[in-house]
Ligand binder design. Structure first.
Ligand code: ZN
Length: 110
């Protein structure tokens, strides 16, 4: 069983290292995974809620979670004063996370 070595202080070199073998925390299969975190916002005019998911995910799960969170941001996100600012920020952050995670797992099997 491979262990994941999170290296938050050194993201630049981590992006070039291949994804480590491990258990995908979404589907439970042993695959090459990458640690990712996605956020989505739920705007309720005055109130807002943030949901996030963090874990080691395989390429397939990363893509499906990315689109799930992207869809929720688009549909539920921008309905509020703060939300209209926060939601695009989450969408950009999620996209950056997704792109760097996909690069890391570019050679991985799906
Ligand atoms: Zn998976």
């Amino acid at each position: 069983m491979g262990t994941v070595n999170p290296n938050p202080g050194n993201a630049a070199s981590a992006a070039n290292s291949p994804g480590s073998m491990g258990r995908c925390q979404v589907c439970g299969n042993t695959r090459q995974t990458s640690a990712v975190k996605f956020h989505h916002n739920i705007g309720m005019i005055v109130l807002r809620q943030t949901r996030s998911i963090q874990g080691n995910m395989c390429k397939t799960c990363m893509r499906s979670k990315y689109w799930e969170y992207m869809g929720k941001n688009l549909l539920l996100g921008p309905w509020g004063i703060v939300s209209v600012i926060v939601t695009p920020v989450y969408m950009v952050t999620n996209t950056v996370t997704y792109v760097s995670g996909t690069r890391k797992l570019s050679g991985a099997l799906e």
